[in-house]
Design a protein around this ligand. Structure first.
Ligand SMILES: Nc1nc2c(c(=O)[nH]1)N[C@H]1C(S)=C(S)[C@@H](COP(=O)(O)O)O[C@H]1N2
Ligand SMILES: [Mo]
Length: 211
């Protein structure tokens, strides 16, 4: 375990590099945070569905999902409860690649995406953010399959890529135990957004709660 001095030192460095958003502190751990309990994963019955503003609905088995083209990304993650974790490595499927490689065709009206998790958690994002490099349908963390606590077998991942200039919301906008994406013409609030969290949740603007 890193001693507190290391933590402080790393945090100072991230601050100097402009990578620590306001009101955040660095953690070297990986906190586990969710509402409710960890659902079971049964690879025989698990399905990943895509519906709404799409030309053709999708329902993939775990085996089918596992054969989709893979993408890797390095992200800084920022939780609204004020911890940040830097340089985390993720592997999975990018939504953009599903579209560019012809697996998924959206209707012209698609403008928002609602992530649906096993257990009922939902969270919403504008389509344009889910098509950025910092959004991933992630199956692996640091080269290993996700653990149940962190969302196995699949989670929505959203984090920051330094110097990318792209928009980054807080980490609640990535649903663990992800089982569906619903494409919408109008925005629809998710679980925490409904409960008063900010709808955009920009980490640099400290958009934590809706006023
Ligand atoms: N299904 C589900 N996904 C969720 C949540 C949740 O309660 N349920 N919490 C969110 C919040 S608030 C955070 S900070 C991250 C935490 O992910 P971690 O437990 O892997 O750190 O998951 C997000 N995804
Ligand atoms: Mo969070």
């Amino acid at each position: 375990m890193a001693n507190p001095t290391d933590r402080k030192g790393l945090e100072e460095r991230m601050k100097l590099e402009g990578r620590l958003p306001p009101g955040q502190s660095l953690t070297t751990k990986f906190p586990i945070l969710h509402y409710g309990r960890v659902p079971n994963f049964n690879p025989n019955t698990w399905r990943f569905k895509i519906w709404g503003e799409v030309e053709k609905e999708i329902s993939w088995t775990w085996e089918e999902f596992s054969q989709l083209p893979q993408t890797e990304v390095k992200l800084d993650i920022h939780c609204v409860t004020r911890w940040s974790k830097f340089d985390t490595h993720w592997q999975g499927v990018s939504l953009r690649s599903l579209i560019t490689e012809g697996y998924l065709k959206l209707r012209p009206g698609a403008a928002y995406v609602l992530q649906h998790a096993q257990g009922g958690y939902t969270t919403n994002l504008p389509l344009e953010i889910t098509l950025q490099k910092n959004f991933l349908l992630a199956t692996h963390f640091e080269g290993e399959p996700l653990t149940p606590d962190h969302g196995a077998p699949l989670r929505g991942m959203i984090g920051h890529i330094p110097d990318s200039g792209i928009k980054t919301p807080y980490f609640w906008k990535g649903a663990k135990w992800l089982i569906g994406l619903e494409f919408l013409t109008e925005d629809q609030l998710g679980f925490w957004e409904e409960a008063g969290y900010h709808n955009e949740g920009d980490i640099w603007k400290e958009q934590r709660m809706r006023n």
